[in-house]
Design a protein around this ligand. Structure first.
Ligand SMILES: [Zn+2]
Length: 412
């Protein structure tokens, strides 16, 4: 058993601040969290005074694969940038060498881990080879991947208009192979699929215990286009036909969608900085929360946005307050929950990740509370959300193992 003591710990799902707390873990699991000194025997003890301990951050939506194209196409529309198969990103992916893509993917993974991200959910393009490429980039790194792959099939406009075609057998087989190897599927959007093909995918997922996610209502036009073509909105198709486990964006969700998501217990992942930089608006975060939807946070394409969860939390918190015209519109703890416990729940990992409590995996990030940009950190959650930076991260534990150590000494 190892012990970290003396830190300010943000404990449990509520992220309650505990000053001078200790956290004991055995193997990969937290076995005790308490106040004061740990009384029992242990093989290693870290004096963590001056550090704030938070659950490992979870980036609930990212596309690591476009790390080689940072800021390329800046100023272009969502459609011109990322719509498969002809968006700039997809053209660049075809033109760039595997080695180059791999090197920059690896860079993003290392960057996230050193800035306190201990798990991430990736929308992996490129079918099975795409999944394998990410596995290769992850080799030897102690960050937890949740890989959501997708079959390499793209419908033409005519087929989408007619809304009758089914997926060809090879696309179904590829989707099934991805489900064997990855944590689930992540689709570009219901508008890219016919109704029969959404039902095929939904059927494929049945009984497998895997995740099924899709972007939805990201673009202001998406809902109208979906309704005109299929009679249902994009969010409705994602929930009712595809039976997605969670949806990404929901920036332009319509009023009936909120109750539907809550009723069917479909989680939401919002990506506020990616929406902002693409000029798409701002996700209805307060409304989702008030409707009882579990909201998690992601940084989306590395091409358009940095994978920095501290920046994401700060931007989200302040923009919600600005738009709601109230400094109390959202609490820092609620924002931090979106990057930890809510993300774990949305990704189906709520039993094992997302908070500092006994029985969960010891994924813990320690932040230097004495750094000039944070001290004196009298409201720890607010300090983490509004002021902390990746370089304030001193120690990252993933499953009790040291994944990042910037303490300048051995922890034990
Ligand atoms: Zn995305």
């Amino acid at each position: 058993m190892k012990v970290v003591e003396g830190a300010i710990l943000l404990v449990g799902e509520e992220l309650h601040p505990m000053e001078g707390g200790y956290l004991a873990f055995e193997g990969d699991r937290i076995c005790e969290v308490g106040k004061g000194s740990f009384k029992g025997q242990c093989e290693g003890r870290l004096d963590a005074r001056g550090l704030i301990g938070i659950p490992g951050l979870i980036n609930a939506h990212i596309h690591v694969g476009d790390s080689a194209f940072k800021e390329q196409g800046s100023g272009l529309s969502l459609e011109a940038l990322v719509r498969p198969p002809q968006g700039l990103k997809h053209r660049l992916l075809r033109e760039t060498s595997r080695e180059q893509i791999l090197r920059h993917m690896r860079g993003t993974l290392e960057d996230m881990l050193s800035a306190g991200v201990t798990a991430f959910a990736d929308f992996r393009e490129g079918g099975m080879p795409g999944v394998q490429l990410l596995r290769e980039a992850l080799r030897g790194l102690k960050i937890r991947p949740i890989i959501l792959g997708r079959p390499q099939h793209h419908w033409g406009e005519e087929d989408l208009e007619a809304n009758r075609a089914k997926l060809p057998e090879e696309a179904v087989e590829e989707a099934a192979a991805i489900l064997e190897s990855a944590e689930g599927l992540g689709l570009s959007s219901p508008n890219e699929f016919t109704d029969p093909s959404l039902l095929q995918i939904s059927t494929l997922l049945q009984g497998r215990g895997k995740l099924l996610a899709t972007h939805a209502a990201e673009d202001p036009e998406a809902e109208g286009k979906s309704k005109a073509r299929t009679g249902l909105g994009e969010v409705e198709r994602a929930v009712k036909l595809l039976k997605a486990s969670f949806l990404i964006h929901l920036t332009h969700a319509r009023s009936g969608d909120f109750a539907l998501l809550s009723e069917r217990r479909v989680g939401a992942v919002v990506c506020p900085r990616a929406n902002a930089v693409l000029g798409l608006g701002f996700p209805p975060v307060r409304r989702l929360m008030d409707s009882g939807v579990t909201v998690a946070l992601g940084t989306d394409n590395v091409m358009v946005n940095s994978p920095d969860m501290f920046r994401e939390m700060d931007f989200l918190s302040k923009t919600v307050k600005a738009l709601e015209k109230s400094p109390a519109a959202v609490k820092p703890e609620e924002i931090l929950q979106m990057a930890t416990v809510n993300a774990a729940k949305v990704l189906g990992l709520g039993e094992s990740l997302g908070s500092l409590q006994p029985g969960k995996l010891a994924d813990v990030v320690f932040i230097d509370a004495q750094a000039a940009n944070l001290a004196p950190a009298r409201s720890p959650a607010a300090s983490v959300v509004h002021r902390a930076r990746g370089d304030n991260v001193k120690l990252v534990l993933v499953g009790g193992e040291v994944a990042v150590n910037k303490l300048g000494r051995k922890p034990w």
